[in-house]
Design a binder for this molecule. Structure first.
Ligand SMILES: [Zn+2]
Ligand SMILES: [Zn+2]
Length: 349
């Protein structure tokens, strides 16, 4: 199909109280009392521009967003910003973007500087809100939205998967995003599995992989900014969630390889089993990606099958390996399988 055609993709359906169901509506804050523009002042340094302070109605002791995820999302999008700084320790991010500077605070306060008007400040907020949506805590389950996206939180995904028609602007961006993730998986497969000996993965291979993941996330977030449809925004968070899960898996696999390289003399058949485990997990991620991208829920049957193979393999590994190595592999399996177990639940019911 040509890139200009609109496309349908498969996404989970979220509970009506989930943060992914409703837009944050920064534009209407003033009117709806869901939050407040606390102050609007002229910028001291730039004539004719204003700074607006916006506060969302979170309780003083309540966090609005997860600081680590805020920084992870801003970092993933940093090539699009003029400047970006984020401290997960302080819970504050600062971006210079399209000639406006925005400060984002973990308690739900935002400062927009160099805006042209109050309306312009709220529009900027709306865009920033879409970019960082994955880090915002869901009132339904208490987890950040990115955990709700694919159902890892176990509360926010309903029993149905849905076919979402992407709008025209989102379609090419999603296609490119999925392509980038597919390439990332291929790099991961080649570096992890297609080597005969166990030695640490080279930093250049790691950064090649990371750059592909970043590219994918950029495309999904680009579409989030452009789309008029909230379902597309939510589909973008699901795709970013999948991208981050693949990145986490790869990172742990790289660490595992390092740990194995440090203790030579491991049994050949154990190494083979570990390789097999990684191969199966990467294949499962790929099938999941295809299920979304091709809007093909039946692919999930295969995910289910791969998942059983993975857990069987894990059982076999049990008796042979040292506790440290085994612990790492178990953790990798638990994290990866949590990505698809929520979806499998929706699929089978
Ligand atoms: Zn939720
Ligand atoms: Zn949730």
């Amino acid at each position: 199909m040509s890139e200009s055609d609109s496309q349908t993709i498969l996404t989970p359906q979220h509970h009506e109280d989930c943060v992914l169901r409703k837009s944050i509506q920064f534009k209407n804050l003033v009117k709806t009392e869901r939050g407040e523009v606390v102050s609007v002042r002229p910028c001291a340094s730039e004539k004719g521009k204003i700074m607006a302070e916006i506060e969302l109605p979170t309780r003083k002791d309540e966090l609005f967003l997860d600081s680590q995820l805020l920084c992870r999302l801003l970092r993933a999008y940093k090539r699009r910003f003029t400047k970006m700084k984020c401290s997960s320790k302080l819970g504050v991010g600062r971006v210079m973007w399209k000639a406006r500077r925005t400060y984002i605070y973990k308690h739900g306060k935002f400062d927009v500087r160099f805006a042209l008007s109050q309306d312009d400040a709220l529009k900027t907020m709306d865009s920033i809100g879409r970019l960082i949506l994955g880090s915002i805590f869901c009132k339904k389950c208490g987890q950040p939205a990115i955990e709700c996206a694919l159902g890892q939180c176990e509360e926010c995904v309903s029993n149905n998967l849905q076919s979402v028609t992407l709008d025209e602007l989102s379609t090419p961006l999603f296609i490119k995003g999925f392509e980038a993730l597919t390439e990332a998986l291929e790099i991961s497969r080649v570096t992890l599995i297609e080597t005969s000996e166990i030695r640490p993965i080279s930093p250049s291979q790691v950064s090649k992989f990371k750059s592909k993941i970043q590219e994918g996330v950029e495309f999904f977030l680009d579409s989030s900014l452009k789309t008029p449809e909230w379902t597309n925004v939510s589909a973008s968070v699901s795709s970013v969630s999948l991208a981050f899960s693949i990145e986490d898996f790869h990172e742990k696999a790289v660490e595992l390889t390092e740990a194995l390289a440090k203790r030579p003399g491991g049994r050949e058949e154990d190494i083979q089993s570990i390789r097999q485990f990684e191969k199966l997990a990467l294949e499962t991620f790929k099938i999941l990606l295809e299920a979304f991208h091709n809007d093909d829920p039946d692919r999930l049957k295969l995910v289910k099958q791969k998942n059983s193979e993975l857990s069987e393999l894990l059982e076999e590994l049990d008796s042979n390996l040292s506790g440290n190595i085994l612990g790492r592999i178990r953790e990798m399996y638990e994290d990866a399988s949590s990505v698809w177990s929520g979806l499998l639940k929706s699929y089978s019911s």
